[in-house]
Design a protein around this ligand. Sequence first.
Ligand SMILES: NC(=O)c1ccc[n+]([C@@H]2O[C@H](COP(=O)([O-])OP(=O)(O)OC[C@H]3O[C@@H](n4cnc5c(N)ncnc54)[C@H](O)[C@@H]3O)[C@@H](O)[C@H]2O)c1
Length: 377
Amino acid sequence: MGKPIRIGMVGGGLGHGGFMGRVHRMAQRLDGEYVLAAGCFSSSAERSRETGDALGLDPGRIYADYASMAREEATRDDGIEAVSIVTPNHLHVPVARVFVEAGIHVVCEKPMATTLADALALRDLAKRHGVAVMLTHNYSGYPAVRRARELVAQGALGELRIIQVDYSQDWLTEAGNEGWRGDPDQAGPAGALGDIGTHAYQLATYVAGQSATTLSADLHTFVPHRRLDDFAQALLRFDGGARGRLSVSQVSPGNNNRLQLTVYGTKAGLHFDQEAPDALMFSPLGEPAQRLDRGGPGPAGGADRQAGRIPAGHPEGYLEAFAQLYRDFAAARRGDTAAAAMLPDATTGCEGLAFIEAMLASHRAAGRWTQLPSYSD
Ligand SMILES: NC(=O)c1ccc[n+]([C@@H]2O[C@H](COP(=O)([O-])OP(=O)(O)OC[C@H]3O[C@@H](n4cnc5c(N)ncnc54)[C@H](O)[C@@H]3O)[C@@H](O)[C@H]2O)c1
C-alpha cells in the first residue's frame, strides 16, 4: 500500500438520493487507499455544501459545480488525483470530459455514456490525455467471480458452449419509484437494460472471456406510462463460439438483486449467485458438484485469494467487492499491470453501449439478429 490517493466525488449528495455516492465512499475507505479531498455532491450548491461539511471536507474544496472543481483542483499542489462520478447517467460523459482534460483519473458509474458515440469519444480523449478510466461494474470485484474467470481462462471448463445470465429485481414492479431512471433525458435510451442489463452483460463477458457478436432481443415495458423498458431478454452468439441468453427485469416480485451466471463448457459447468457471493458452484462432468468457498481449496483460486480480506465463513459481500475495484485501481496507478488487467475500463464502457444499441436496434426490428456495433481500438 502506498500513500493514499487524493480523490474527489461528483454526485453522492446526502439526503434524498446519493445512493452510489455513499457506496463509493465506503469502498474508497475500506482499504485505506484513498482520502476524499474534494467534491461537488449535487446540482444544488447548498446541498453540495451541506454534504461536504458533513463529510468534514475543507470548505474551500466543496464546489458548487463540477467544471470549477476540475479547473481549481488541477491547479493545486495537493489537488485530487482521481474523481469518482456517481451522478445520473446523462452527466457521466460531460463530467468525465472536464476531469480527463484536467489530467485527473476517472472512476465512473455505469453505463459510461448514453450513446456509443459519446463512449468512444471519451475513451479516445482519455487515451490522448494518458488518463485511466475505471468503470464500476462492481460484480467483477467478487473473489468468486475472479475465480470463475480464472477457471475459464485455465481451461477447467473446456470449450465454452452455453452462457446464461439473469438479473431480476422487483423494486419497479409498480409505478412511482423511477426518479431520474424513468426519464430518457437522464437515464439514456434504455431502462432496466441500461441499469442492470449492462451489469449482466459485463459479468458474462468478464467471466467467459468472450464478447457477443450478434444478438436477438425482446424488450418490454410492463408498467403503464413508464417511458423506458422494465424487462429485456436476448439470445446471444459469442465470438468464441458460445451461445447464450440474457434476461433482466425490474418487475419480478420476490427478487432483490438476483444476479445469476451459469456457464457450461465441454468439461464442466459453473454457477455464481450474487446473493450468495462467497462461494462458486463448480460441476466437472461426471463428478459431484463442488462448492468452492472464497479462499478455500479446489481448482484455481489465485485471483480469488488475492481479492479476499478475511477467512472464509466470515461473509464478504457487495461492499468488499466494490472496494476490490478501488484497491486494484490504486495498485494499477502504482504500476501493477496484473491489477489493471482485472478492471473494467473505458473499453468495457464502449462494449456496454454497443450492447445496449444492438439490443435496441434488434428489438425495433422485431428481434432480428443484429450485429454489435464496433467498439474496438
Ligand atoms: N454499480 C452499481 O451497483 C450501481 C447501483 C446503483 C446505481 N448505479 C449508477 O450510479 C449512478 C448514480 O445512481 P444513484 O442510484 O446513486 O442515483 P441517485 O439519484 O441516488 O444519486 C445521484 C446523485 O447525483 C447528484 N447530482 C445530480 N446532478 C448533479 C450535478 N450536476 N453535479 C453534482 N451532482 C449531481 C444528485 O444530487 C444525487 O446526489 C447512476 O449512473 C447509476 O446507473 C450503479
